[in-house]
Each structure stands twice: as structure tokens, then as C-alpha cells.
Design a protein around this ligand. Structure first.
Ligand code: ACO
Length: 323
């Protein structure tokens, strides 16, 4: 059977780093409050010349170099983002053009922080359905542009960046010993819209809007939703937490990550955490964390890796991959 095998990873971060202490003169907060409640110590913030398209392009180029491929080898680009360069055309098509690609096709995927997990699941279906052979799945965000910088309950939590993976059609035997995407489970439920949303849009206000979040409410639902969807993914694959080599969760809050891992019985040393370095980069958070753990040698060929995310909508999901 066809399996979607990871061929390369890459990442890109804006040049400017903003530390927790840099907020102290802007809103009533402290390094201590932010670090203790979230685990975040710093985040990268895009400059005027850095956009979702430019960061996505840089991450894509890094993943291509890591895979030893060129844009000519790619036939589909899926970009997960909630902060596109323009309302349309899709930023994925802009990245396609920046890469000098005039073949194949590209589209954006909107599932907020779950976008990359949705993107990998979608790319896997295109590959297994025979519609694409090599897919660039990118998560790229510039959340700094939709933050209300006077709202301390949200502006300290988010950062900008991009990560990418290349999935390639490979041969498998249909067992969990295969390399590639082995199982996936996606969910959404719009009853939670008001807990995490952007208060603007082309069809309502005609403006871009700002991110609004009832953090405590999101937190209350997060651990249960995350663990449910992961358990569904485990049962699809017929595995348990003990079989995992690495857990790469969405990087929103260290306390959510710890509570989810504990509830699932995933050992602390198997959890990849980058929220301290990047903050919450929404759809970029999982591929950024993946790139860090691949680059430092933790994630190796043959490892069983679980990706998970939860975000606005609500949307949530998990993907199991043998690297
Ligand atoms: N600095 C200092 N104090 C603050 C700050 C700040 N930056 N922000 C809020 N506070 C205050 C609040 O006003 C409140 O004060 P009060 O008690 O006088 O009313 C107090 O701190 C406690 O606020 P809580 O919201 O209860 O704090 P909590 O411990 O829940 O932490 C946080 C807040 C970090 C937002 C947490 O709820 C959280 O992480 N929620 C989940 C967010 C998340 O995971 N989002 C994921 C999806 S993101 C996406 O999809 C785009």
C-alpha cells in the first residue's frame, strides 16, 4: 500500500526576539507571571519585511534542502495558516510562485492552531489517493499582526514563525512497522466559537480584526479534547502510549502539555517542548517543534512520533507517524 513518508523538515523564524521582560513597560505583566502560567520565555516577532509568505517560503526552502529536493520535485503545497498575506489569493499560491513553481497546485488550510495536523492528514489523503507524489506541508503564521497589543491576557502568548515537512509517496505493508503516516483523527465543534476567535473578517466587519480569547475556558476544554482524540488515534493504530518514541504537541501552554502527557501516561522525556522559545505560533507550532527535535538528533528514522493540536473553532486532531 502507499504510505506518506516524511522526506524532510525545515523551519524559519523572524529575526527579532521579544523576551517576556520586554512586555513589562507595555502592559501590566511580568516575566514571572508569563513563565509560570505558560512556560513561555520568549517569542519571535515579524518585522515589516517578514510575512506569512516569506517565512513560509524560507521554511519550505529549508525542508527542500534537508530532503535534497528542488521545487520541481513537489506537486502540491498545503499551507496551514490563519494569518494569510491577503484575504485572497491563497498564500500557498504566493509561496508556490516565490519558489519558482508553475506546475502542480497549492491551497491554504484554515483550522487555526490545528492547521498543520489537518494539513498533514489532507496531504496524506492526496498521496494515498494518487493525486500527488510529493507534498510540501507548511505551517506559517504572523499572529503578531492580529494581536491586541493592549490586552495582556493574549498579547504575551503568541509568536510568529514557520515550519515545513515534505511528505513523499512510499511503499508500505499496511502494518504499524511501516514508515509514514499511520493513523489520524480530526475533530471540530463550532459551539465553542466565542471562546477563541478573531473579531473581524471580510464578510462581517470588512476589517482584519484582533484575536480574542477566554483563556481559562479554552484551558478547561483543552486537556479532555486532546486526550480523547489521541486515544482515538491510538486505537486506530492498535498502540498504546508506551509504544511512542516522541510526543510533539501543539505549543500553547506548558501546563496543558504536561497535563495531557500525564493523563495519557506519556513519559516526560518523550515530550518535545519549544513553547519556551517560540510561544504559541498557531499552525507553525508543531512543524517548528518537529524541526527542532529532528535537527538536534532526537527524532530519528524509524521513531514513532505523535503530533497533536487544538485551537480556535474549536478544532483538534492527532496524527501518528513513523519517521
Ligand atoms: N500578566 C499578568 N496577569 C495576567 C496576565 C498577564 N499577561 N493575563 C491575565 N492576567 C491576570 C488575569 O487578569 C487574572 O486576574 P484576576 O484574577 O484579577 O481576574 C489572573 O491573571 C488569572 O487569569 P486566568 O485567565 O485565570 O489565568 P490562567 O492561569 O488561566 O492562565 C492562560 C491564563 C495562560 C491564558 C491560560 O488560561 C491558557 O493558557 N489558556 C489556554 C490558551 C490556549 O491553549 N490556547 C490554545 C489555542 S490558541 C489558538 O488556537 C489560536
Amino acid at each position: 500500500m502507499i504510505r506518506s513518508v516524511v522526506r524532510g523538515t525545515g523551519a524559519a523564524l523572524p529575526r527579532r526576539i521579544m523576551k517576556n521582560a520586554d512586555f513589562e513597560g507595555m502592559v501590566e505583566t511580568s516575566d514571572e507571571w508569563i513563565a509560570q502560567r505558560t512556560g513561555i520565555r520568549q517569542r519571535h516577532i515579524a518585522g515589516d519585511d517578514e510575512t506569512t509568505a516569506s517565512l513560509g517560503e524560507a521554511a519550505a526552502r529549508a525542508a527542500l534542502a534537508n530532503a535534497g529536493l528542488t521545487p520541481a520535485d513537489i506537486d502540491l503545497i498545503v499551507l496551514a495558516t490563519s494569518t494569510p498575506n491577503n484575504t485572497f489569493p491563497a498564500t500557498a499560491v504566493e509561496i508556490q510562485n516565490r519558489l519558482g513553481m508553475h506546475h502542480g497546485f497549492a491551497f491554504d488550510m484554515q483550522a487555526v492552531c490545528s492547521g498543520f495536523v489537518y494539513g498533514v492528514t489532507t496531504a496524506d489523503l492526496y498521496i494515498r489517493g494518487g493525486q500527488a507524489k510529493r507534498v510540501l506541508v507548511i505551517g506559517s503564521e504572523t499572529f503578531s499582526r492580529i494581536l491586541d497589543w493592549s490586552d495582556r491576557s493574549t498579547c504575551v502568548l503568541f509568536g510568529d514563525g514557520a515550519g515545513a515537512v515534505i511528505l513523499e509517496a512510499g511503499e508500505g505493508t499496511g502494518t504499524i512497522a511501516d514508515r509514514g503516516v499511520l493513523a489520524a483523527s480530526l475533530r471540530s465543534d463550532g459551539t465553542h466559537k466565542d471562546k477563541l476567535f478573531v473579531d473581524g473578517g471580510p464578510s462581517t466587519t470588512g476589517t482584519v480584526g484582533h484575536l480574542r480569547m477566554e483563556g481559562r475556558e479554552v484551558f478547561k476544554h483543552a486537556v479532555g479534547m486532546i486526550t480523547d482524540v489521541i486515544e482515538a488515534t491510538f486505537s486506530q493504530a492498535g498502540i498504546s502510549a508506551d509504544d511512542l518514541d516522541w510526543f510533539v504537541p501543539h505549543q500553547a501552554n506548558k501546563r496543558i502539555i504536561d497535563a495531557s502527557a500525564k493523563k495519557l501516561g506519556i513519559a516526560e522525556q518523550k515530550v518535545v517542548v519549544t513553547v519556551d522559545l517560540h510561544g504559541n505560533t498557531s499552525a507553525a507550532s508543531v512543524p517548528l517543534a518537529l524541526s527542532v527535535a529532528v535537527a538536534d538528533g532526537r527524532i530519528k528514522k524509524g521513531d514513532l512520533v505523535l503530533l497533536e493540536a487544538m485551537g480556535g473553532g474549536f478544532t483538534w486532531g492527532a496524527v501518528l507517524v513513523r519517521w
